[in-house]
Design a protein around this ligand. Structure first.
Ligand SMILES: C[S@@+](CC[C@H](N)C(=O)[O-])C[C@H]1O[C@@H](n2cnc3c(N)ncnc32)[C@H](O)[C@@H]1O
Length: 200
């Protein structure tokens, strides 16, 4: 009998895992799927732990992705994820909160540890069709928050997928990425791009 190995997800910059989150989507496909949520906000991590209590197939790691070794070396990650096997690493709406050097370094760190056949998932803010005035107001708002916003150009975001083969439809408006949900409007205005890459 062929045993199908369960899938693993490392969701970095996870936010609070509410309805329809990664573990729910993953478990709908594979009840044995393992999910590690990572966030540097202690309030998010505390809520996440409370919501996921009693899981066993999910874990929460409070860590700053700019110190990626604290994620990989965490006993929670080690207990749920085996880097010798393909996994999915998610950076959904988080890379735009760190500067170029950190973003490149963190993605490269995981790329070097991911087994071939692993997937990289990125959603990233960009300028899209927003006016210069809206953009500068948006940046000003983020400057007053815990992290500034770096709305990189699409070509720059695509560079994070170096070494990966983009899965169709490629790096597109996140609302259009295989959108077969009637309740999700097509096109976000192009200011959040999403893509999935398979490690070669
Ligand atoms: C916009 S939310 C995205 C949440 C979720 N991924 C989603 O798409 O719904 C960004 C999250 O990233 C976290 N975050 C920001 N900078 C981070 C860092 N350096 N390391 C880890 N998490 C970070 C924030 O605390 C926040 O929960």
């Amino acid at each position: 009998m062929i045993k199908i190995l369960s899938v693993r997800f490392l969701d970095i910059g996870a936010g609070i895992p509410t309805r329809g989150n990664v573990h729910e989507v993953g478990h709908a496909v594979d009840p044995e799927a393992r999910v590690v949520y990572v966030d540097n906000d202690p309030i998010v991590a505390t809520h996440g732990r409370a919501l996921l209590k009693g899981g066993g197939r999910t874990g929460v790691v409070e860590a700053d992705m700019r110190a990626p070794e604290t994620i990989v070396d965490s006993p929670i990650t080690r207990g749920l994820i085996d880097f010798d096997r393909p996994l999915a690493v998610l950076f959904v709406s988080v890379l735009h909160f760190v500067d170029d050097d950190d973003a490149d370094r963190v993605v490269a760190y995981f790329r070097e540890r991911m087994a071939p056949g692993s997937y990289l998932v990125i959603a990233h803010g960009t300028q899209g069709r927003l006016s210069e005035q809206t953009l500068s107001e948006t940046r000003r708002v983020y400057e007053k928050s815990s992290a500034a916003l770096d709305d990189r150009a699409p070509e720059r975001i695509a560079e994070f997928f170096d070494g990966f083969e983009l899965v169709p439809p490629g790096l597109v408006d996140v609302a259009d990425w295989r959108n077969d949900n009637d309740h999700i409007e097509h096109s976000s205005g192009g200011y959040v791009l999403g893509g999935v890459g398979r490690l070669l």
